[in-house]
Design a protein around this ligand. Structure first.
Ligand code: PMV
Length: 363
């Protein structure tokens, strides 16, 4: 258990849970939803945990007090603007078949207070929803388990609930590479929740790190909700979804064989496809900034000059995730990183390991 500091409460809760959960970065992207259920992905995706970029969340429950009320505090400050989204999330969990009677009674008959904090700075353009909904789903699954001694805490349940908050959050539940979405080559894959990759990962693809280069610390110009919806009427969407399935197959083989070149090629292609889909949407969006392109070109030039194992991926924004092997860490950090920072807003960047999953927190 990790120690943490949450603000003292002015009341004695009837039940409490606290979890720390990482954000994650997709190697094969989820971009586009399938009809049928809340946040089912159009294709399977795979991610690594951004192990050191985490949300820490405590959920406190009081029975019979102001039934149905919910308060959300971020870094000790009440954030009422977040509350409608979290209430919707609680209602989605409530309606899910896997929600126990005890948890439904608690949602109907009591009040919840959520205290959350991120260990990465605000205003860096890093989405906190995956870590935040991952941690909150874990807290709810923890309460459900506390009220039902026959039901051990299940990560797949927490993953399923995290998905109801934000699709990609369901991949934040494991330290191993994590797969979400039905895929013929992944036996236990599901659209409902993510599963850890249980196949082999050769040593050359273990221990990789990510430096997130903050090109633009502002809000995203297109929200994920809008972005996913644009795929519904994008002429290239079905080709994209097929390519993603194929890219995941290739990545799994690359993991097994330790084929770093294929890994880097697939990961970069995925990032560019995500952005390409936005460029051919109606309306169209260019999410890269000049600094994004400059960094991509510098990473590729450094790789071809030195043979270093380094590649990039992107989220639906301008920031660049530079992924690199530990064997090349020194030369990347000393000889490449400083020149990339010239393209970053206030030279901001965050580096993280990619293999640390959720952890329970001391109350
Ligand atoms: O979880 P959402 O709805 O915010 O979607 C996130 C999608 C991407 O981050 C762009 C890609 C991914 O697979 O994480």
């Amino acid at each position: 258990m990790t120690n943490t500091v949450f603000p003292a409460l002015a009341f004695e809760p009837d039940a409490q849970a606290a979890w720390s959960c990482p954000s994650n970065i997709a190697l094969v992207k989820y971009w586009g939803k399938k009809a049928g259920a809340v946040q089912w992905p159009a294709n399977a995706s795979i991610s690594w945990a951004l192990g050191d970029l985490r949300a820490q969340t405590r959920l406190s429950y009081r029975k019979g007090i102001q039934p149905g009320s919910l308060e959300f505090f971020l870094d000790g400050q009440r954030k009422e603007s977040f509350e409608p989204k979290i209430k919707d999330f609680f209602q989605r969990v409530y309606k899910d078949d896997s929600c126990s009677l005890a948890l439904r009674e608690a949602i109907d008959g009591g009040s919840f207070r959520i205290d959350s904090t991120n260990n990465f700075p605000h205003g860096t353009g890093i989405a906190s929803s995956a870590a935040g909904f991952g941690a909150l789903a874990l807290c709810l699954a923890d309460l459900q388990q506390q009220w039902d001694i026959n039901r051990p805490l299940q990560m797949d349940l927490a993953s399923r609930w995290a998905r109801l908050g934000s699709g990609s959050a369901c991949r934040s539940l494991y330290g191993a590479p994590t797969i979400w979405g039905l895929h013929p080559n992944v036996a236990d894959s599901s659209d409902d929740y993510a599963v850890p990759h249980t196949g082999a990962v050769a040593s050359s693809l273990q221990g990789w790190k990510d430096c997130v280069l903050i090109v633009d610390a502002g809000e995203k110009s297109v929200s994920s909700t809008q972005g996913h919806a644009l795929l519904d009427r994008n002429a290239y969407a079905h080709v994209r979804f097929e390519q993603a399935q194929e890219n995941l197959s290739q990545l799994l083989v690359a993991f097994e064989k330790g084929d770093v070149s294929t890994f880097m090629e697939v990961v970069e292609s995925e990032a560019l496809q995500l952005h390409a889909m936005m460029m051919v949407s109606k309306p169209s969006f260019i999410l890269m900034r000049p600094g994004t392109l400059a960094i991509i070109e510098a990473i590729r030039a450094f790789r071809s000059e030195t043979g270093a194992q380094v590649c990039f991926t992107l989220d639906a924004g301008a920031n660049v995730h530079m992924l690199f092997s530990p064997v090349d860490e020194n030369r990347i950090v000393n000889n490449l990183l400083p020149s990339l920072l010239l393209h970053c807003q206030d030279k901001q960047y965050l580096c993280t390991a990619l293999d640390r999953g959720p952890e329970p927190l001391k109350l």
